[in-house]
Structures are given as structure tokens and as C-alpha cells.
Write a protein that binds this ligand. Sequence first.
Ligand code: ZN
Length: 51
Amino acid sequence: MSPRRRVWCRGCRRELTDPISRMRGWGEECDPDPRRRSPRFTVDQDAIPGL
Ligand SMILES: [Zn+2]
């Protein structure tokens, strides 16, 4: 009855429910292209030494 095609993750074969995952064909956890910055994304700010 669902008008939508069912889509499964190419990685883990789980059914994808969210639109972005379905569009990409990858589940969020398997997506080779990370969509959001990792929480570890903490680059050292270049502390400009006070001149
Ligand atoms: Zn997956």
C-alpha cells in the first residue's frame, strides 16, 4: 500500500526510513560521505600570539 519504494542500505541492508538516507542509498551509519561533522572536529584554533 505504501506509495514509496522501499530502500535498503547498501552497507548493512537495513531498511532506510529517513528521506536523506533513502535518497543516498546509504544508512546514516554506513554512509561513506559523512553528513555531519564528527564531534571530534575540534581543530586547534590558531592562537594568534599577542604582538
Ligand atoms: Zn547501513
